[in-house]
Design a protein around this ligand. Structure first.
Ligand SMILES: NC(=O)c1ccc[n+]([C@@H]2O[C@H](COP(=O)([O-])OP(=O)(O)OC[C@H]3O[C@@H](n4cnc5c(N)ncnc54)[C@H](O)[C@@H]3O)[C@@H](O)[C@H]2O)c1
Length: 258
């Protein structure tokens, strides 16, 4: 049995993870942390009560993995888990490059692996892979990412990762995008990561969506992924939990686990 602690367990993603872990026959939910609902028994996992003190939970429950969906991202949770020899599986988005570098360093210092997975949906991973493939042939590309209004970070972790993969593919193939006319500082042109423009939409009713639009001579290619429900992320979360015991160093992105 893989022992799992969920942080941010009362949140939208955290409560789905609690349900998915409780239903998995090879996993045992041993603890749940949040700052809301402290002391409450989780309806999805009878016998498990919400606690505030992560250190106490890790010491008492001795989990194998800690799934982190607490928002905003808190590097202290990652540090604490790794110091306890617990593999953090970080679903919360919004880490800076410096934080990612520090997590990688922590894997060396503690000898404990860590996973940062900006998108657990298999369809989103495929969208990113296909986008990287297409960028070799159609290097002119922009991203529109659309999320619910409660998302705090922009652009999304998925769009940044897509831009990184497109950038790496374009560089490896030695192809370059054209520089569009107009000022790059115009706010209407969106943000820019790795030479890719990203436009962020935030509206109630949305879950997590992304369209990668490639322009070519007389043609446009759109690759779109829609997470219609938070259950879309759960097979990826369970896969990461199952892979944690063999993981080494920092695993960034679900594609590394497929
Ligand atoms: N990786 C993925 O596939 C994926 C998919 C969807 C969302 N996300 C990301 O997951 C994160 C959570 O999203 P959400 O919609 O569930 O948010 P949410 O606001 O519904 O849940 C966040 C939870 O974290 C809790 N929290 C805040 N501070 C805490 C602390 N100090 N200790 C413990 N718990 C604390 C909150 O009380 C809340 O219950 C966001 O960063 C979002 O972008 C990632």
């Amino acid at each position: 049995m893989i022992k799992v602690v969920v942080v941010g367990a009362k949140g939208r993603m955290g409560s789905e993870v609690v349900k998915a872990v409780a239903a998995a026959s090879d996993m045992e939910l041993v603890g749940a942390c949040d700052i809301v609902g402290v002391g409450e028994e989780l309806p999805e996992a009878p016998g498990i009560f919400v606690e505030r003190d992560l250190q106490a939970v890790l010491t008492r429950c001795k989990p194998n993995v800690m799934v982190d969906f607490a928002k905003p991202y808190n590097l202290d949770f990652t540090r604490l888990a790794m110091e306890h020899g617990v593999v953090p599986i970080i679903g919360t988005t919004g880490q800076t490059q410096e934080q990612l570098a520090e997590i990688e360093q922590l894997t060396e210092l503690t000898g404990t692996a860590a996973m940062v997975i900006p998108n657990f949906a298999i369809g989103a991973v495929l969208m990113m892979k296909f986008a990287a493939q297409a960028a070799v042939y159609m290097p002119d590309v922009e991203i529109i990412e659309l999320h619910h209004e409660k998302k705090v970070d922009a652009p999304s972790g998925t769009s940044i990762m897509t831009a990184q993969m497109i950038d790496a593919a374009r560089k490896a193939a030695d192809v370059k995008a054209v520089v569009p006319a107009g000022s790059p500082d115009d706010r209407a042109r969106g943000d820019e990561k790795c030479g890719v423009r990203i436009h962020s939409v935030r509206l109630p009713g949305l879950v997590a969506h992304q369209e990668v639009i490639f322009g070519g001579l007389g043609q446009v290619l759109s690759i779109r992924h829609d997470s219609l429900d938070r259950t879309s992320f759960m097979p990826g979360v369970l896969l990461a939990i199952r892979r944690a015991s063999q993981a080494k160093g920092l695993t960034y992105g679900l594609d590394k686990l497929l």
